[in-house]
Design a protein around this ligand. Structure first.
Ligand code: ADP
Ligand code: ADP
Ligand code: MG
Length: 644
C-alpha cells in the first residue's frame, strides 16, 4: 500500500482526498499557490509545498513543479483530484517516468478518451451506442452545414476538446448555423487551444445519466450504477442524484453493461465516469440512451454513488493504484436508498449568477441534524476567502434518505441552512429548485432550470418574517436589551452557544415603527408582538444584523436618513467578481433600469458574464467603459432603488 500521497489539487476535493488518506494511515502532502497559503487543505495535510503564484497556469497546472514537490517531500504517489491536471495524459506519463505512482488510469486511456470525436468513434467500434452526428476530420463550414442538415435540426456543435459545459452551441435552424459555428470555434480555440468541432443531434427532453465505473490492474471492471445529473444551468451540473428517477432494472442493466464495455475497450484502471445523454420524452429506454463522453478521473459528484453503495471511492482509487484488486465483486454491489448532492457556488442568482468573491466574514454550513445524514464537502471555513482565481464552488451539500422524497427533503433543509455573508451564494436558488414541483415528481431534464427561470431566483425584497425577526432585535436593542424574548428566532448568546429562546416583548412601546436598510432597499416596519410561523436565523454582525431564511442571508442596518448606516455593503453595488475586461456597457449614468436589465458584459477567466440590475432603480454611479480592464471587486455600477 502507498504510504505517502501528494494531492495535486485544492479546495474541497483536496480536503476530501486527505480525509480518506488519513483514515488509511497514508501521509499527505498538499501543494498550494500564493492565494492558498492559508487554505484549509494546506492546514489539513501533514506537509505542504508552495508551488507558485495564484493563477493556476503558474501553479496548479505546472506539472514539473508538482513532481518536484513530490520528490522533495518523498511522496510516493500523486492524486490529481478533478479539473487541473487530472485528464492530462502527458502529466500522468511524466509522473510515471519520475518513478511515482499515478492515482488514475493509464495515460493511453486518458488519451483515447481525451477528445470527444475520437472517443465516440472508439465507442461505436466497441458496440456502445453513441449520440448520432458527424465526428470527422473535415472542418469546412459549408461541409459541416450539410452534415447538420442531414442530421436534422436542432443540432449541437461541440468542441472536441471541450469541457465544463464550454464550447457548445445549440443551433435550431439552418440560417443560424454558420454564425454559431464561428463563435463556437472562437471559444474553443481560446479555452482549449483546439478549434475542432463535432456536430451532434440535439436530443430532445434530454437527461444526463452517467455510470460510475472502476477498473483495476488485474483486468477487473465493475460499475457502481448510475447518477442523474440532469438539473443543469448552462450545461453545468447543479444537483445530482443516484439512482436516476424512473430507471427500471432492465434499462439499468443495459446501460451499466454498455458502460463496462466502454471501460474495457480502453483497458480502464481506477475511477471513471461514462456520460450518456437520454431522450426521456417517453421515460428512460435503453434504445434512447447514447454515449456522450468519458471523464477519466474522480467525478465532482462521486459522493452520491458513495452514499448509495457504501463504497469510499477514494479508498478504492488508492488501493487500486497500489496494485490491489477492486475490493468488491459486481454481485456484491447494490443500491441502498437515495442520495442527492447540490453544488453550493459563490455566485449571486439575483445578478445573473455572477461569481461573488471575498472574505467569508460570516459562514456556516449545515451539520448533522436530528440524526439525518448530512454530509458537507468543503475547502473553506469562516474567515477564509473565496478567491477570483479558481472555480467558485464553496461546498457540496450531500445527503442520503430512504427514498427520493426523503433525500429531497433533507437536501432542501441543508440548502436552507447555509449562512454566508458578504459573499453571495446560490443556496436560496437551490432551495427553490429543490421545492420545484417538476423536480419533486422526478420530471427532470436539462432544460428545467431555464424553463422555470425567474421562479427560482429568490426575491430581492426581504420577506415579512425576516423583517419582523430583525425588528424584534432592533426594538430590543433600542430598549437596552432584555426587553424581547425571542421565541422563534435563533440567537447566538454571549458565550457562543446557540439557544432558541421565546419571542415575547416585555415592555412593548405602543405602535413602534422601525426603519431598516438592506442592500440599498429601505423598509419601514410596524413592530408586531406576535409569534411567527417559522424561524429565520438572526445574529448580530458588527453593528448590523444578519438574517438567514431559506438559504438567503441579508445584512440589515437601522436606517438613518443621512444615508447608509455604517456604510453597510449594498446590493445595489455591482462589483467585478474577478479581474477582467468590460466588453459592452448597456446603460448610462442616470438611466432608469428595471430588475434583471442587462447593465454590462464582462469577460473574465475566458467566460462572458452579463451583469444585471438586482432591482428597479436608477444608475447612480457608472465606472465602466467598453474595453477597459478592471480589477477584482472594482465598483462598476451602483444602482439606487427607485423611490416607492
Ligand atoms: P463533473 O463532470 O465531474 O461533474 P464538471 O465538468 O462539472 O465535473 O466540473 C469539472 C470541471 O470543473 C473541471 O474540469 C474543472 O475545469 C472545473 N473545476 C471545478 N471545481 C474545480 C476545482 N476545485 N479545482 C479545479 N477545477 C475545478
Ligand atoms: P462537457 O465536456 O462540457 O461536460 P458534455 O459532452 O458532457 O460536455 O455535455 C455537457 C452537457 O451538455 C450535457 O450534460 C448535456 O446537458 C448537454 N448535451 C451534450 N450533448 C447533448 C446532446 N447531443 N443533446 C442534448 N444535450 C446535450
Ligand atoms: Mg460532460
Amino acid at each position: 500500500m502507498i504510504t505517502s500521497l501528494l494531492i495535486a489539487n485544492r479546495g474541497e476535493i483536496a480536503c476530501r482526498i486527505i480525509r480518506t488518506a488519513r483514515e488509511m494511515g497514508i501521509r499527505t502532502v498538499a501543494v498550494y499557490s500564493d492565494a492558498d497559503a492559508q487554505a484549509l487543505h494546506v492546514r489539513q495535510a501533514d506537509e505542504a509545498v508552495h508551488i507558485g503564484p495564484s493563477p493556476a497556469r503558474e501553479s496548479y497546472l505546472v506539472g514539473e513543479k508538482i513532481i518536484a514537490a513530490a520528490q522533495a517531500t518523498g511522496a510516493e504517489a500523486i492524486h490529481p483530484g478533478y479539473g487541473f491536471l487530472s485528464e492530462n495524459a502527458a502529466f500522468a506519463q511524466a509522473v510515471i517516468d519520475a518513478g511515482l505512482i499515478w492515482v488514475g488510469p493509464n495515460p493511453a486511456s486518458i488519451t483515447a478518451m481525451g477528445l470527444k470525436d475520437a472517443a465516440k468513434k472508439l465507442m461505436a467500434e466497441a458496440g456502445v451506442p453513441v449520440t448520432p452526428g458527424y465526428m470527422g476530420e473535415n472542418q469546412d463550414p459549408a461541409f459541416l452545414a450539410e452534415r447538420a442538415a442531414e442530421i436534422g435540426y436542432p443540432v449541437l456543435i461541440k468542441a472536441v476538446a471541450g469541457g465544463g459545459g464550454k464550447g457548445m452551441r445549440k443551433v435550431d435552424a439552418a440560417p443560424d448555423f454558420i454564425d454559431a459555428l464561428a463563435s463556437c470555434q472562437r471559444e474553443a480555440a481560446a479555452s482549449f487551444g483546439n478549434d475542432h468541432v463535432l456536430i451532434e443531434k440535439y436530443i430532445l427532453t434530454p437527461r444526463h445519466i452517467e455510470v460510475q465505473v472502476f477498473g483495476d490492474t488485474h483486468g477487473n471492471v465493475v460499475h457502481l450504477f448510475e447518477r442523474d445529473c440532469s438539473l443543469q444551468r448552462r450545461h453545468q451540473k447543479v444537483i445530482e442524484e443516484a439512482p436516476a428517477p424512473g430507471m427500471d432494472k432492465v434499462t439499468r442493466e443495459a446501460l451499466c453493461a454498455a458502460a463496462v464495455r466502454a471501460a474495457q475497450a480502453v483497458d480502464y484502471v481506477g475511477a471513471g465516469t461514462i456520460e450518456f445523454i437520454a431522450d426521456a420524452s417517453e421515460g428512460l429506454r435503453a434504445d434512447r440512451i447514447w454515449f456522450m463522453e468519458m471523464n477519466t478521473r474522480l467525478q465532482v459528484e462521486h459522493p452520491v454513488t458513495e452514499e448509495i453503495t457504501g463504497v469510499d471511492l477514494v479508498e478504492w482509487q488508492l488501493r487500486v493504484a497500489s496494485g490491489e484488486p477492486i475490493p468488491l465483486r459486481q454481485e456484491e454491489l447494490a443500491i441502498k436508498g437515495w442520495a442527492m448532492e447540490a453544488r453550493l457556488y459563490a455566485e449571486d442568482p439575483a445578478k445573473g449568477f455572477l461569481p461573488s468573491v471575498g472574505r467569508l466574514d460570516y459562514f456556516s454550513l449545515p451539520r448533522l441534524y436530528r440524526g439525518k445524514r448530512f454530509r458537507v464537502e468543503t475547502g473553506v471555513q469562516e474567515g477564509d476567502a473565496i478567491s477570483p482565481y479558481y472555480d467558485p464552488m464553496i461546498a457540496k451539500l450531500v445527503t442520503w434518505g430512504e427514498d427520493r422524497a426523503a433525500a429531497i427533503a433533507n437536501l432542501r433543509e441543508m440548502a436552507e441552512d447555509v449562512r454566508c455573508w458578504p459573499v453571495k451564494t446560490n443556496a436560496g436558488f437551490l432551495y427553490l429548485a429543490l421545492s420545484d414541483n417538476a423536480f419533486e415528481v422526478g420530471k427532470v431534464d436539462t432544460g428545467l432550470i431555464a424553463r422555470e427561470g425567474e421562479k427560482l431566483i429568490p426575491d430581492a425584497e426581504a420577506p415579512e418574517a425576516v423583517l419582523q425577526a430583525v425588528t424584534h432585535l432592533v426594538v430590543d436593542n433600542s430598549l437596552g436589551g432584555g426587553a424581547t424574548d425571542i421565541r422563534e428566532t435563533w440567537l447566538k448568546t454571549d458565550h457562543g452557544a446557540w439557544s432558541n429562546v421565546g419571542f415575547r416583548l416585555n415592555r412593548t412601546p405602543a405602535s413602534t415603527m422601525v426603519r431598516l436598510e438592506e442592500g440599498g432597499l429601505v423598509y419601514e416596519i410596524a413592530f408586531q408582538d406576535r409569534s411567527i410561523d417559522h424561524c429565520p436565523w438572526v445574529e448580530r454582525l458588527g453593528d448590523g444584523w444578519v438574517v438567514t431564511e431559506h438559504g438567503v442571508t441579508r445584512l440589515f442596518h437601522e436606517y438613518r436618513a443621512s444615508g447608509n448606516a455604517a456604510g453597510g455593503a449594498s446590493d445595489g453595488a455591482i462589483l467585478s467578481p474577478m479581474p477582467g475586461k468590460v466588453i459592452t456597457v448597456e446603460v448610462a449614468a442616470g438611466d432608469t433600469v428595471t430588475k434583471g436589465q442587462k447593465l454590462l458584459t464582462l469577460e473574465a477567466m475566458k467566460m462572458e458574464h452579463s451583469l444585471t440590475a438586482p432591482f428597479d432603480g436608477v444608475v447612480a454611479e457608472l465606472n465602466a467603459t467598453a474595453g477597459a480592464q478592471v480589477q477584482v471587486e472594482a465598483l462598476l455600477v451602483r444602482i439606487e432603488a427607485a423611490a416607492e
